[in-house]
Design a protein around this ligand. Structure first.
Ligand SMILES: [Zn+2]
Ligand SMILES: [Zn+2]
Length: 184
C-alpha cells in the first residue's frame, strides 16, 4: 500500500474534508470522492441533489412513476385487469402478456371474427361462466363490437364461440335477421 508500484492519488473527502487516497483507476471513475462509505452515505443523505441520486426517477415519487407507467402501457394494464377478473371468477390457468401478444400476432393483429385491424380485446372462446379456462389456448382476439355481439349470440349459436368462417357466417345471418349490416 502506498509504495511506488501502487501509486495512489491523494484527495480531500467531499464530505468531511479529510485527506484520503485511492487508486488512480478508481479515482478517475468517480465525480466525487469520499474517505469512507459512511461519508458517502452522509453526503447522499445530506447534500446530494435529488437528480444526482442513483435512484432518481425524474423528481417523482414511486406512486407517481407507477401511475405514469400505467398510462404509457394501457395494454399491459388491461391484461392485468383481465387476469385479476379471471381469477376472481375462479377460472383455471392463466397466461402471460407475451402469450397474448403472440396470439394477436398469429391473427395479424386482426379480429378473429371480422378481420378488422383495430383495438383488440381478449375473448374467452369457451366463456369463463361456462367453465372455460384462462389458458392462452382459450383466448382469441376480438374487436369490441364482435366481442359484444358474441356475448349476445353465443348461447343461441355455439359455433360463434369458435370463431372462423362459420362464426362469421352465423353472425352475418343473425345481423341480417335483425336488420343490421356488418361494417367489416
Ligand atoms: Zn470523509
Ligand atoms: Zn370484429
Amino acid at each position: 500500500m502506498g509504495n511506488n508500484r501502487n501509486p495512489r492519488i491523494q484527495f480531500i473527502c467531499d464530505f468531511c474534508g479529510q485527506i484520503s487516497s485511492d487508486k488512480p483507476s478508481h479515482y478517475k471513475r468517480k465525480r466525487r470522492h469520499f474517505c469512507s462509505q459512511s461519508c458517502y452515505s452522509a453526503y447522499r443523505r445530506e447534500i446530494m441533489l435529488p437528480e444526482e441520486q442513483p435512484t432518481w426517477r425524474g423528481g417523482v415519487s414511486r406512486t407517481e412513476s407507477h401511475r405514469r407507467w400505467k398510462k404509457k402501457n394501457p395494454e399491459h394494464m388491461a391484461h392485468l385487469k383481465a387476469r385479476r377478473y379471471a381469477r376472481e371468477k375462479g377460472a383455471k390457468g392463466s397466461h402471460t402478456f407475451k402469450e397474448w401478444n403472440e396470439v394477436k400476432q398469429a391473427y395479424n393483429n386482426r379480429c378473429a371474427f371480422c378481420g378488422l385491424e383495430t383495438k383488440l380485446t381478449k375473448d374467452h372462446i369457451i366463456p369463463l361462466s361456462k367453465g372455460g379456462t384462462d389458458y392462452i389456448e382459450n383466448i382469441q382476439p376480438l374487436c369490441r363490437s364482435c366481442n359484444s355481439r358474441k356475448w349476445t349470440n353465443v348461447y343461441e349459436n355455439p359455433e360463434i364461440a369458435r370463431g372462423g368462417n362459420e362464426a362469421v357466417a352465423a353472425l352475418s345471418s343473425l345481423d341480417a335477421a335483425r336488420g343490421l349490416s356488418r361494417k367489416a
